[in-house]
Design a protein around this ligand. Structure first.
Ligand SMILES: [Zn+2]
Length: 480
């Protein structure tokens, strides 16, 4: 031991044990919120995986029933890698808005409620919040939201949400330079008024029906000043929990300007939530803005939408560390490869052979039966048709292939999947870092959620102990 060497480098990163220790010591963040820590709410959109998926055969059992046999992140990990889940009405869908749920899933959601539907109805998940919003992005083109405040209040109440956002209408034109209520297009001002009118009706209804959820007033505006004015009016209506909407396209400095303007206007006791926080990786720069909660899906989405930074690990100090997962697409299903075959550039059988070679050597590498350079070579030979649309021999020295080789070499050399002991990395081994199909990619996303939650908790610890020189030792102590 000796000295305060950060134990964050411990190997492997035992996230499950970390959470187990926190729970058994009663130190779980969700139960001791007095310190003002942030809640990380995961915005779900049916993000489950098949626990019985066979990586070698590359398929699910024939009798698999999606949803029923599949596992949510909190089921496959054995603990919830979030403080709560957000479900958008727009994702559930109905006859007006096409959601992501099937008609029978939407019916079941209404019938059994959010907690049971999400399979969070077990004692160990009882502390998790279930947030609801309207999913304003699904009706952004409409003149008015398709839901009434009364209808949404009933929906949240019937489905057992713990928190429900008022019926907002997204304002997209944002100008950080405008002061007060200056500027704003006619459309922006109409949406501003609709959002506030709905918020008033929503709060009234929630009170009348003695709703079982905490109403949240959604802020929409076209500038920090207009958002602060919306916040002021929401507080005047009686809200003590506000949600900032329309943040998705904004950059972090713009979001901070809005938070500053709002914080200057509302009482210190007013809680703030950021809806659809796309800048989740930047959350450590948001300290001091007193955010009570935010919802995001980004750690999961990044696993298959980000080309480079799609596998997370805890980094030095309080940072995250990113790795590039290795693309081995399905030769006979990948649209780009199929086009190349149709154009006569490759034979399908040849692509299937290269694909098998790449997968085979990656697995052999994981078992220490193949060398790094040899494995990398097989991966790159199969990458060339995808990246350059040329046989490897014709583009081996291309800059994009060289850049890819560099990133893949780092991934293979560091074997990050062996540095994590979450259930997914233990079970899937190298397959967690192979970019291929939903079952691998979503598993990687769920692993990312676990690392991200750990990241958030470390940031909270940081706030609790700052300023202090023995931060690393304290973190270690807290993580033992
Ligand atoms: Zn993991």
């Amino acid at each position: 031991m000796g000295g305060p060497r950060p134990c964050l480098e411990r190997n492997p990163v035992d996230l499950a044990a970390h959470h187990q220790a926190q729970r058994s010591s009663g130190a779980h963040r969700a139960r001791s919120r007095a310190g003002g820590s942030m809640k990380f709410i995961f915005a779900d959109s049916l993000d489950y995986v098949d626990p019985a998926f066979d990586f070698i055969a590359d398929r699910s059992p024939a009798e698999r029933q999606p949803y029923w046999d599949d596992a949510y992140p909190h089921e496959i990990l054995g603990y919830a890698p979030y403080d709560g889940v957000l479900v958008s009405r727009g994702i559930v869908g109905d006859h007006r808005v096409k959601g992501k749920y099937t008609a029978s899933q939407a019916r079941r959601f209404r019938l059994v409620g959010a907690r049971k539907f999400l399979r969070l109805d077990k004692p160990e998940f009882a502390h998790l919040d279930i947030f609801g919003d309207c999913g304003a992005f699904t009706y952004v083109q409409d003149e008015k939201p398709p839901y009434t405040p009364v209808e949404m209040a009933e929906f949240y109440d019937e489905c057992g949400f713990t928190h429900g956002a008022s019926v907002d209408h997204i304002i997209f034109d944002f100008d950080a330079g405008l002061a007060g209520l200056a500027g704003g297009s006619t459309d922006a001002r109409q949406r501003f008024d609709i959002t506030l009118e709905n918020a008033e009706g929503f709060l009234r209804e929630a009170k009348v029906m003695d709703a079982g959820f905490t109403p949240m007033g959604v802020i929409q505006g076209w500038s920090p000043g207009s958002m602060a004015e919306a916040a002021r009016r929401l507080v005047a209506m009686g809200y003590d929990y506000l949600a900032l909407g329309g943040m998705v396209p904004l950059k972090s400095p713009e979001i901070k300007l809005c938070l500053e303007a709002i914080r200057d206007t509302v009482p210190a006791s007013t809680r703030l939530h950021i809806l659809g926080f796309a800048k989740a990786d930047d959350i450590d720069s948001f300290h001091g803005y007193d955010i009570s909660s935010f919802d995001t899906t980004s750690p999961l989405i990044r696993a298959f939408k980000d080309a480079k930074q799609n596998y997370y690990l805890p980094g030095d100090g309080l940072a995250l560390r990113y790795f590039t997962s290795i693309r081995v697409p399905q030769a006979i299903e990948n649209p780009k490869l199929q086009r190349a075959v149709k154009k006569g550039m490759f034979r399908a059988e040849e692509l299937v052979r290269l694909e098998a070679l790449a997968l085979g050597s990656l697995r052999a590498f994981d078992r220490d039966e193949a060398g790094l350079e040899e494995t990398l070579h097989h991966v790159l030979v199969y990458s060339a048709p995808l990246v350059e649309e040329k046989p490897y021999e014709d583009c081996a020295a291309s800059p994009s292939l060289a850049r890819l080789a560099e990133r893949y070499r780092t991934t293979l050399a560091e074997r990050p999947w062996k540095q994590c002991s979450c259930k997914i990395c233990r079970d899937a081994a190298i397959d967690v870092i192979i970019f291929r199909g939903s079952n691998r990619n979503k598993r990687r996303g769920i692993h990312n959620l676990a690392v991200y939650q750990d990241h958030i908790e470390r940031l909270d610890l940081k706030r609790a102990v700052e300023p202090s020189d023995d931060l690393p030792r304290r973190l270690c102590a807290a993580e033992q």
